[in-house]
Design a protein around this ligand. Structure first.
Ligand SMILES: CC(C)(COP(=O)(O)OP(=O)(O)OC[C@H]1O[C@@H](n2cnc3c(N)ncnc32)[C@H](O)[C@@H]1OP(=O)(O)O)[C@@H](O)C(=O)NCCC(=O)NCCS
Length: 157
């Protein structure tokens, strides 16, 4: 991720969020907030990768380190692909890059939340070595429908 990708990244995030199925967000935050957040993350060398189709961001994977000192070895993974680009192996490559970078900067535990209904994501994470550590029952309610949240974790040494 470089500064030049931020605007297109926001559009990509917004499109996936607006599907209202996979992410906690239901739309992207305002442009200024995203710009500031990502610029600061670039400065801090947070693992963040984007997939490009020409100049257009079509997917992302990031792993944000926890800010508190006692949890600084923990990172939180988030990712998404635009619908038309799913199922081509790109998401897996993005996640592998981000995890490799997380390892380089010393993270030891990578966490994420996945909705129980999101089988493609759960399978991808399983393939990458994540295990289910717990299930938060009926933790998400959107458009009148509940979903369980799987807490998934990868320990890296
Ligand atoms: C989850 C997501 C990021 C995966 O990215 P992708 O590029 O589509 O995935 P890939 O093509 O790299 O597939 C990698 C693995 O994921 C799993 N997978 C991907 N799509 C799948 C599908 N439709 N059904 C079942 N498993 C699937 C498979 O294990 C696959 O490996 P395989 O092809 O060897 O079987 C993508 O589907 C997405 O953006 N979904 C919406 C947003 C989202 O769910 N974000 C994560 C929130 S926790």
């Amino acid at each position: 991720m470089a500064a030049e990708h931020i605007e297109s990244f926001r559009e990509c995030l917004d499109a996936v969020a607006k599907e209202r199925r996979y992410l906690a967000l239901t739309s992207a935050p305002p442009p200024d907030a995203v710009r500031e957040f990502i610029r600061s993350a670039i400065m801090r060398r947070v693992p963040q990768f984007v997939a490009l189709d020409g100049q257009r961001v079509i997917g992302w994977c990031d792993i944000f380190p926890h800010e508190k000192e006692s949890f600084a070895h923990v990172g939180r993974l988030g990712m998404g692909m635009l619908r038309d680009f799913r199922g081509q192996g790109i998401g897996q490559r993005l996640a592998e890059k981000a995890i490799a970078q997380a390892k380089k900067i010393g993270l030891e535990r990578i966490e994420l939340d996945a909705y129980a209904s999101n089988q493609p994501a759960i399978r991808l994470y399983g393939k990458l070595g994540f295990v289910v550590e717990g299930i938060k029952r009926k933790a998400r309610k959107l458009d009148g429908a509940y979903d369980d949240v799987l807490v998934m974790v990868l320990l890296i040494s």
